[in-house]
Design a binder for this molecule. Structure first.
Ligand code: FES
Length: 115
């Protein structure tokens, strides 16, 4: 039996102030590269850095509102749910984040590879 504590499940990754406003930084994790976005309102969103279309680097796209436009073929991906805006279809994996003492924290369990 394994017991898991959710209380200590958070892992600090980067300071919010180190994220460019309307931009993103990429972090390599066991589950792949994760792009952490900071939008105009200073909200933070994290998605896999791989467009649901053909894997374009979303971290290099243009952020507007709570969406990012993929640099390859200009699909608009909603950062809250990771899904492409119609008429395009598909979703990229999103990650839960929390801000603790100015640091963006991820859930450890979400960063573990299930391979
Ligand atoms: S790979 Fe992102 S729009 Fe084509």
């Amino acid at each position: 039996m394994s017991s898991s504590s959710t209380l200590n499940d958070w892992m600090a990754i980067v300071a919010v102030e180190d994220l460019p406003k309307l931009g993103a930084r990429v972090f390599q994790t066991p589950v792949g590269p994760i792009a952490i976005f900071r939008v105009e309102s200073d909200q933070i969103f994290a998605v896999l850095d791989s467009c649901p279309h053909k894997g374009g680097p979303l971290s290099q796209g243009i952020v507007h509102g709570k969406s990012v436009t993929c640099p390859l073929h200009a699909w608009n991906i909603q950062l809250e749910d990771g899904c492409a805006q119609a008429p395009d279809e598909g979703c990229v994996k999103t990650f839960t984040t929390d801000i603790q003492e100015g640091m963006v924290c991820f859930k450890r369990s979400e960063l573990q590879s299930h391979a």
